[in-house]
Design a protein around this ligand. Sequence first.
Ligand code: UDP
Length: 194
Amino acid sequence: MNKVSILGVKFDAITKQEAVQRAMEAIRQGKKGYVVTPNSEIVYMARNNPQLKKLLNAATLVLSDGIGIVHAAKILKKPLTEKVAGIEFAADLIAEMEKEGRSLFLFGAKPGVAQKAAENLKKKHPNLIINGCRDGYFKSEEQAVQDINAAGHSDVILVCLGAPKQEIFMNTHIDELNGTLLCGLGGSLDVYAG
Ligand code: UDP
């Protein structure tokens, strides 16, 4: 796989379409993993944080969210194919998921936001299965995992807690979460909620 290292964070040099294809393959094969979309701040943070760098590099897909990353790659003469913004990747992934009647769980943001996002997504994608949603403010991570798993198996779980909280959450709980692909997508639920 073609990777481009920016300060030790290894980005996938792929287009949005390729990223979606790879995500769909993982879903079809039931191959567990997570997707990260680090911006320049997170890459900078990871520079002096080997643990964070390790968990970013352990992702199924490391997408170059933020034009700063694309510019850095250019300066290093290791160009990335294009900027793959997390929210745009998710929009295309959800459209593909709908074609196959795949299931989604929305996790994160303030109370009520994920529900509103679910309503809007359902209007736009009637054949998408939304298993459930949960806000991103919880007493314990174990409780949050239990709540997500109570909805049954989800092909994709959007984990929207902001970075690096969501990346740490995905890496820590991937084995116990009842989902195939976890996607760390920051403030996306606020956008979907409108
Ligand atoms: N958030 C959350 N739980 C937390 C902290 C933040 O669910 O403990 C949510 C917050 O409500 C917002 C999102 O995470 O919806 C963070 O969005 P932001 O745009 O700040 O994150 P970024 O995309 O910059 O990582």
